[in-house]
Design a protein around this ligand. Structure first.
Ligand code: HEM
Length: 479
């Protein structure tokens, strides 16, 4: 039977590498490599020879796209046939797992339609003051760290942890309506349990592959994905906050308020479990992604003082014009935005993206067919490092993201927030957090490599989202 499983691509005449039994083509991941290497190698080896190549995720054949036109078909033009991600969730036994990232089909479409108005520019506008207030607290905390080293030759500060505390406080406040205060108290449960979701899995790799392969059976066996303590904690927090707000008639400009409004919609409002699951995914999607982006950006800026200075000058000029970081000021931070995009190119937080074929799909101009149910991989990190798209891909150059340069490339050449109807729903909020964070940091501090700074940064081998293996230590001085 395994013989047959692992001959799937050979029988279809699709380019592929020999799989290892039970592991497929990902044996090295987590041991000797990160998830980046196998996909970069695969893409470099086969690009130009076929529109896609055959890959094995443990026991399942998946198609890795090798052509940007095909990427566009899958993510945008023929989206209706690739609208699924194919992640396992279990609404009955593990309600917190039934969130937007995991839902598929009609349930996903309905939830996405309901949640989209939560992320309009107007809503971001209203949440900005909270983000700026927490950013000011953040500057105080970094300042205290720097002052501890006063008089010393260097003032090394571990920025990754500080940035994570910054975004936990923001998203905790905006998604759960709580003052998490992790900036002053680094060990709060909120953050510890949030991190646990990414670094500790409930199931081993093989069990995970079996669950993904047989989701109906897994549901019948009541198999959950989210750890019990994580689920119990976030369900309780949402329950208590909702009760409190309802009892006291509290209204706030935050995600939870918007979710509560959806609860009371006349034609099919959200249930409590649905609200809790969406608040949970906003938290998961919002904290680690944004803080890692800022951490990688600071590391790159420390190694490129001229880019850093250009960014600082832009912040100073914009603040001189607007007096404060309001929404209009943020829109003028164009170079900082380019820094964020180039950082997400070099360090693609989601290094691969997934879709699943709903009906058989004939690849235009070829004889190949992607069968219904085939997982489709978009190798984001490999595309972001393709020298034909980005010459000298290892070089850090935010000018690759001027509007003209972006216009000159195919729209799917940059996928930092994904693409098409299933792209990142929180991209405006993520961008806003990162813009505010980088702006206040560059305004107040200078960053340079310290003796302890890791060059190049080691990447975490098993984390779901791309992050550094250890902390990011930089020399920080007041401007
Ligand atoms: C720098 C910050 C962020 C990055 C780099 C990022 C990246 C991504 C990526 C690459 C995807 C997959 C897109 C695709 O498959 O095409 C995604 C999906 C998603 N993100 Fe983000 N994200 C960020 C911030 C946020 C924030 C702040 C939130 C919520 C407040 C959020 C919530 C989500 C959700 C719910 C999805 C699933 C959307 C769906 O399936 O319909 N993300 N994100």
């Amino acid at each position: 039977c395994l013989e047959r499983t692992y001959s799937y691509w050979a029988r279809r005449g699709v380019l592929h590498e020999k799989p290892v039994w039970f592991y497929g083509n990902l044996r090295s991941v987590g041991k000797t490599t990160t998830v980046l290497e196998p996909f970069r190698r695969f893409y470099e080896k086969y690009k130009g020879q076929a529109p896609f190549g055959g890959f094995y995720f443990a026991l399942r054949g998946a198609a890795v796209l090798l052509d940007l036109e095909l990427v566009k078909l899958v993510m945008v033009k023929e989206f209706h046939n690739f609208a699924h991600r194919g992640n396992y969730y279990n609404e009955q036994d593990d309600p917190i797992s039934a969130h937007l990232f995991n839902l598929d089909g009609r349930k996903w479409r309905e939830m996405r339609n309901k949640l989209t108005p939560t992320f309009t520019s107007l809503k971001m506008h209203q949440m900005l003051p909270t983000v700026v207030e927490i950013a000011e607290r953040f500057v105080q905390v970094v300042r205290q760290k720097v002052e501890q080293h006063q008089g010393g030759e260097e003032s090394p500060v571990e920025v990754k942890d500080l940035l994570a505390r910054f975004t936990v406080d923001i998203i905790g406040s905006c998604a759960f309506g709580l003052d998490c205060n992790s900036l002053n108290d680094p060990n709060v449960e909120f953050r510890r349990l949030g991190q646990k979701t990414f670094t500790e899995r409930r199931h081993g790799r093989l069990a995970f592959a079996l669950i993904q392969a047989f989701p109906r059976l897994a549901k019948r066996l009541h198999i959950k994905m989210v750890q019990d303590d994580v689920s119990a904690f976030y369900m309780r927090v949402v329950r208590e906050t909702l009760d409190y707000r309802e009892r006291n008639g509290v209204q706030r400009n935050d995600f939870l308020n918007l979710l509560m409004e959806l609860r009371n919609e006349p034609n099919g409002g959200l249930t409590f479990n649905q609200i809790a699951a969406q608040a949970f995914v906003f938290f998961l999607g919002g904290f680690e992604t944004s803080s890692s982006t800022m951490g990688f950006a600071l590391h790159l800026l420390a190694l490129h003082p001229e880019v850093q200075q250009r960014g600082r000058e832009e912040v100073q000029q914009v603040l001189a014009r607007h007096g404060q970081l309001n929404y209009a000021a943020l829109r003028e931070l164009k170079y900082i935005k380019q820094i964020i995009y180039e950082t997400l190119r070099k360090y693609s937080i989601a290094s691969i993206l997934l879709r699943k074929t709903i009906e058989d799909f004939q690849i235009p101009g070829s004889t190949f067919v992607l069968e219904a149910g085939t997982p489709v991989v978009i190798p984001v990190d490999a595309i972001h490092h393709d020298p034909d798209i980005y010459p000298e891909p290892d070089k850090f150059d935010p000018d690759r993201f001027t509007p003209e340069a972006m216009e000159a490339r195919p729209s799917t050449a940059w996928l930092g927030f994904g693409a098409g109807p299933r792209n990142c729903i929180g991209l405006r909020f993520g961008e806003m957090q990162a813009l505010v964070g980088l702006a206040v940091l560059l305004k107040n501090f200078k960053f340079s490599p310290a003796k302890e700074t890791e060059i190049p940064l080691q990447i975490h081998k098993t984390s779901f989202f791309l992050q550094s293996q250890g902390g990011i230590v930089l020399n920080v001085e007041k401007v």
